[in-house]
Design a protein around this ligand. Structure first.
Ligand SMILES: Cc1cc2nc3c(=O)[nH]c(=O)nc-3n(C[C@H](O)[C@H](O)[C@H](O)COP(=O)(O)O)c2cc1C
Length: 363
């Protein structure tokens, strides 16, 4: 029987424990969307995680939807990330980059020439984004032209190349939480009539083209994907998510991806949200069709995480908020030490406070 504190192998990558740092946007990049010295400290403090997944990192300016999020499309951003991965590696850790394009969850403020954000269809999301003046409604997007989609796939591939140059051990495609990949998958946001909309096969076309492009840059076992099949955050909805995601995870498994990272239930909300979306079934299909491993996330505590690894329902567990407040989360879980509580007022923006100043456990 496996335990949370034992090593695991994702393809050829050995992780010393099954505790993963979930991707966490902290909005502390500089004006050029580059990770700073503080990010180097923050991630290095958490290097005892089996695997660190970075905060979401936009693949282009068009892919940005919130202030001060780091990109992976300029030389300065690649250099900034390289400093992070070098420091994490020197501290004995491993790091994966989460590749992000927000699609319609954006605002003209962020877009080149203040143009409308892009989306599968010109349907405005009932959601808000954070711009310098505060929370604002998402802007009305425009539908991507068919010919633009191939260019977008190339932007993802270029971002993966940049991730490699920046020294990341793995890459994770952000396919969760209502952003661009999720927008293409779901029939509420994707009402296209070309080869990228309509049937499930068509709606999966762009996401799978991106996955295939990423697997040309990193070996497939070094590519993971994050999905939130039951979640409805950022106005994500579908008429039949179980059928959609069953087919998708089969396709992903056949590509022998390193992991499927599942947000269980509603992201940051109830785990039993939309129980008809049978997440156990999705994990089984992914593994049975060739997928290497499963990372589970959302609301896990120590006992739940230990049990999930022991009963095999997940290979690894990703912790979000607990990792914000506990740089030494692995030691705290392993030894049963008490956890620091996170201060949500410092989740986004600001400097060291609430970022690099959470204390390590002292007996
Ligand atoms: C401050 C904050 C930032 C987040 N940023 C991201 C992100 O960049 N990418 C992502 O996929 N999920 C993001 N999430 C969701 C977390 O990865 C995770 O799914 C969520 O916190 C639930 O896990 P937990 O109960 O262990 O915290 C974020 C959550 C929080 C609280």
């Amino acid at each position: 029987m496996a335990t949370l504190y034992e090593s695991f192998q994702i393809g050829d990558l050995v992780v010393p424990n099954r505790i993963v740092m979930a991707p966490l946007t902290r909005s502390r990049a500089n004006e050029q969307c580059e990770p700073t010295d503080l990010a180097v400290t923050y991630y290095t403090q958490r290097a005892t995680a089996g695997l660190i997944i970075s905060e979401a990192s936009q693949i282009s300016q068009q892919g940005q939807g919130y202030i001060c999020t780091p990109g992976i499309y300029t030389e300065g951003q690649v250099k900034g990330w390289r400093r992070v991965t070098d420091a994490v590696h020197a501290a004995g850790g491993r790091m994966c980059l989460q590749l992000w394009h927000v699609g319609r969850i954006s605002h003209t403020h962020f877009q080149p020439h203040q143009a409308p954000p892009v989306a599968p269809s010109a349907i405005r999301a009932q959601a808000k984004v954070f711009i310098p003046s505060g929370f604002e409604d998402c802007s009305m997007p425009r539908a991507l032209e068919t010919a633009e989609i191939a260019e977008l796939v190339k932007s993802y591939a270029q971002a993966a190349q940049n991730a490699k140059q920046a020294g990341f051990d793995m890459i994770e495609l952000h396919g969760a939480n209502g952003y661009l990949i999720d927008q293409f998958l779901r029939d509420q946001s994707n009402q296209r009539t070309d080869a990228f909309g309509g049937s499930i096969e068509n709606r999966m076309r762009f996401p799978l083209q991106v996955v295939d492009a990423l697997c040309q840059v990193y070996p497939s076992h070094r590519v993971g994907i994050r999905l939130s099949p039951a979640a409805t955050v950022h106005d994500a909805d579908d008429s039949d998510p179980l059928t959609l995601f069953s087919e998708l995870v089969r396709q992903l498994g056949q590509r022998r991806l390193g992991y499927l990272h599942l947000v269980e239930g509603q992201t940051l909300g109830p785990r039993d949200w939309r129980p008809a979306v049978d997440l156990g079934r999705l994990k089984k299909i992914f593994r049975a069709s060739g997928g290497l491993s499963v990372i589970a996330n959302n609301g896990y505590d120590r006992q739940m995480a230990e049990r999930a690894v022991e009963d095999g329902s997940a290979d690894m567990i990703a912790f979000g908020v607990p990792f914000i407040a506990n740089p030494d989360l692995v030691a705290r879980l392993q030894h049963g030490y008490p956890l620091n509580q996170a201060d949500s007022s410092t989740f986004y923006k600001g400097g060291a406070k609430g970022y690099t100043d959470y204390p390590f456990y002292a007996a």
